[in-house]
Design a protein around this ligand. Structure first.
Ligand code: ZN
Length: 196
């Protein structure tokens, strides 16, 4: 190869290198963008942590037993009777005011506890396997305060879109009727916080 041809080859390869570099940069940026989008979608609620003493200050004894000690309210209790007569509205966690369920997913399973076929905000609810009764059940917890809410059962044949029954302790749900604002939650008479 003579000197001129070598110079032309060098020029050609360096010109080719620019678009390759540009493409590489664009692909890199696109990749970074898709990673960021995934992070936003998977953005999990920030957990709230309190000591047992702090929880006892904001919960009734029964709410504490259910939320913090994975207790279960008696079937067909006061909270369930109220639940049956509640109209359109939203159900919030009694421990941390996070939205969990809504009347849209509520159904009458006649099991004695409030039933929903799905959470209204899936990211606010977590599930784990619990062996408290010697066989596996899927426990439902609040994703924010990690409070025990109840259990979810599948394949029971209910005529609902998911065939799931979120069997939830009504004692640890705060109901806010559709017409009331979240701001007035704490001023509502009959809310489930312990009276001071
Ligand atoms: Zn909570």
């Amino acid at each position: 190869m003579n000197k001129r041809n070598f110079s032309l080859l060098l020029l050609f390869t360096s010109l080719l290198g620019i678009p390759v570099f540009v493409c590489y940069e664009i692909l890199n940026k696109l990749d970074a963008k898709s990673v960021n989008t995934t992070q936003v979608v998977q953005n999990k609620p920030q957990p709230i942590k309190k000591t047992p003493e702090e929880w006892k200050k904001v919960l009734t004894a029964e709410q504490y037993r259910i939320l913090r000690e994975a207790g279960t309210e008696a079937p067909n209790g006061k909270a369930y009777q109220e639940f049956k007569h509640q109209g359109a509205g939203t159900y919030f966690c009694a421990g941390c005011d996070t939205e969990l369920f809504s009347s849209k997913e509520k159904f009458d399973s006649r099991c004695g506890w409030p039933s929903f076929y799905d959470p209204s905000k899936a990211k606010n609810v977590t599930t784990t396997v619990d062996w408290h009764l010697g066989y596996p059940r899927t426990e439902v917890r609040c994703a924010v305060c990690d409070g025990h809410l109840g259990h979810v059962f599948t394949g029971e044949g209910f005529d609902t879109p998911t065939d799931k029954r979120y069997c939830i302790n009504g004692t640890v749900l705060k109901f806010v009727p559709a017409e009331a604002s979240v701001k007035s939650l704490k001023d509502k008479p009959g809310h489930t916080h312990k009276a001071k």
